[in-house]
Design a protein around this ligand. Structure first.
Ligand code: PRP
Length: 216
């Protein structure tokens, strides 16, 4: 980044995605100047002049990027699908934080054919997916404690992220259908891609070079 006038703000998703993103950013030459995981601050300068990092919840990353409060971002595909719209570019799959967005039901249960009660925090994705299949569902929005909802009689099924499957098993649930394969993606604000094309593309190229080859 050698133009003093161009600044680039990159919004990152806190937690596991942050832990897996930072080594890729470091290989791309962007290293936070202090430990992001140990700080209460939300904005960090980096080793690359003009480039700063924000850290936030994944659901907030597309909001910052689409509205131009950040030029670029890293968020899970689940968050991007739930956010929806076409107000962002999504030029790079980092291949990290891989998991699946799935439906799950109590072990041994099967659909009765009636109206299924589905608990999820991904209500837009679930609404679209069940509608595409012509299945009638009642969606129950929860922000957490999803996996216990069927056992407590709140729902018949859930839609949630499954990684190892341990959380499902620990709560007597079994995975059913895969709605989407998830990994973390780089997103870019549409105006930044044009106006700050040179530094944005430089960072994208360096990040792409840092991403290990993906299994087919
Ligand atoms: C996610 C997800 C599941 C769990 C799945 O929760 O919501 O609860 O991971 O992982 P597993 O298949 O390996 O058990 P996370 O701990 O990321 O927190 P969240 O509830 O805030 O999403």
């Amino acid at each position: 980044m050698n133009s003093a006038t161009e600044t680039i703000v990159i919004a990152l998703t806190r937690g596991r995605i942050l832990a897996e993103t930072l080594p890729l950013l470091e290989q791309a030459g962007v290293q936070p100047l202090e430990d992001m995981a140990c700080s209460r601050k939300l904005k960090f300068p980096t080793s690359m002049a003009g480039v700063s990092l924000l850290v936030m919840r994944g659901s907030d990353v597309p909001v910052y990027v689409e509205n131009g409060a950040a030029d670029m971002g890293v968020a899970g595909k689940d968050m991007l699908l739930e956010y929806g719209g076409d107000g962002l570019y999504e030029p790079l799959d980092l291949g990290i934080a891989r998991c699946r967005l799935m439906t799950a039901m109590p072990e041994g249960a099967s659909e009765t054919g009636g109206r299924l009660r589905v608990a999820t925090k991904f209500t837009r994705i679930a609404k679209r997916w069940f509608a595409e299949q012509g299945r009638q569902v009642e969606l129950i929005r929860l922000d957490g404690a999803l996996e216990i909802a069927p056992a407590m009689g709140l729902a018949d099924a859930i839609v949630d992220i499954v990684d190892t499957g341990n959380t499902l098993r620990a709560n007597g649930l079994a995975p059913a259908e895969t709605i989407a394969e998830i990994s973390s993606r780089v997103i870019v604000n549409k105006a930044s891609m044009k106006i700050k094309s040179r530094p944005v593309r430089a960072i994208l190229e360096r990040l792409a070079a840092a991403v290990p080859a993906q299994p087919l």
